[in-house]
Design a protein around this ligand. Structure first.
Ligand SMILES: Cc1cc2nc3c(=O)[nH]c(=O)nc-3n(C[C@H](O)[C@H](O)[C@H](O)COP(=O)(O)OP(=O)(O)OC[C@H]3O[C@@H](n4cnc5c(N)ncnc54)[C@H](O)[C@@H]3O)c2cc1C
Length: 247
């Protein structure tokens, strides 16, 4: 089981040569609160890697538990292979918060929050940690979901790969400005300038067509407002992994 309180951590991630951007350094932050905030507010991470000499990036759901990101995939999939090889990856999570309309083509911009994680991906082999990772991914999507839904059977558990990336080399970049710098002459051109805020919203949930009449929609889904930070409370009730067959 992962102990979230096992280490006393600095408030910021160590800055390394590859976490310092060439441009707009003042927008980059290394404090854990900012990084955690961006990660906990996202549902999809993009995992970039080089496999067999070719660069790829794959989107995946994930969860942050303490200082670790958990992802899962098929045992036959690329995350499992990358994890087994302890491959170098770069994981990004991005929120697009708005579109900045300027008066000139190249002054248009966006408001955003993003995190970049550099590190090695590892295949989780400890069954308790695998259960914890799987539960955390569900809990990140909807608090309490891992207790509502059936845990994996032995066969299901055997077919899934859980991989992890530790948060060690991490940066966060936030751009909130609603306006870009512009040439004063452009003010007179009659072109609209301004800001279009964007946010991710859930529409009304739809019950499965085969849902028995007596099963009601849980509050966490009705008016869904996730994703959510994974709570210690939810992690304290993760069931034991399904038993391995006796040899
Ligand atoms: C939604 C969105 C749209 C963007 N659109 C553009 C665009 O159209 N053109 C453009 O040039 N840039 C865009 N950016 C910014 C882009 O992500 C880079 O920050 C920017 O290109 C500067 O790169 P650099 O060469 O200075 O960084 P590099 O020197 O390549 O980066 C070095 C390190 O700095 C950190 N870093 C750099 N960028 C980020 C980031 N965004 N978030 C967290 N850490 C970071 C990472 O640790 C990275 O390894 C966009 C960002 C977001 C989130």
């Amino acid at each position: 089981m992962v102990d979230l309180n096992s280490e006393i951590l600095e408030d910021t991630y160590a800055v390394t040569p590859r976490t310092v951007p060439i441009r707009y350094r003042e927008r980059v932050r290394y404090d854990r609160d900012a990084v955690h905030g961006v990660l906990d507010a996202g549902l999809v991470a993009n995992v970039a890697f080089v496999l067999d000499g070719a660069p790829s990036a794959l989107p995946a759901v994930y969860a942050r538990l303490g200082e670790t990101l958990y992802l899962h995939g098929s045992r036959a999939g690329r995350f499992a292979r990358l994890g087994a090889e302890q491959a170098d990856v770069c994981v990004t999570v991005t929120h697009l918060d708005g579109l900045v309309f300027a008066r000139a083509w190249l002054i248009h911009s966006v408001a955003y929050r993003s995190v970049v994680v550099h590190g090695k991906i590892r295949l989780v082999t400890d069954d308790e940690e695998r259960m914890t990772g799987l539960a955390a991914i569900l809990e990140h999507v909807a608090t309490g979901r891992s207790a509502q839904a059936r845990p994996p059977t032995r066969q299901e558990f055997a077919s899934v790969a859980v991989v992890a990336v530790d948060l060690e080399e991490v940066s966060c970049k936030i751009r909130r400005e609603e306006q870009s710098k512009f040439e004063p002459a452009d003010l007179q051109g009659g072109c609209w300038a301004g800001f279009v805020p964007l946010r991710q919203v859930a529409l009304e949930a739809r019950s499965a067509p085969d849902l028995p009449a007596e099963v009601t929609m849980p509050p966490i889904v009705d008016g869904y407002r996730g994703p959510f930070p994974v709570t210690d409370e939810a992690m304290s009730t993760v069931p034991a992994p399904p038993a391995r067959p006796a040899n």
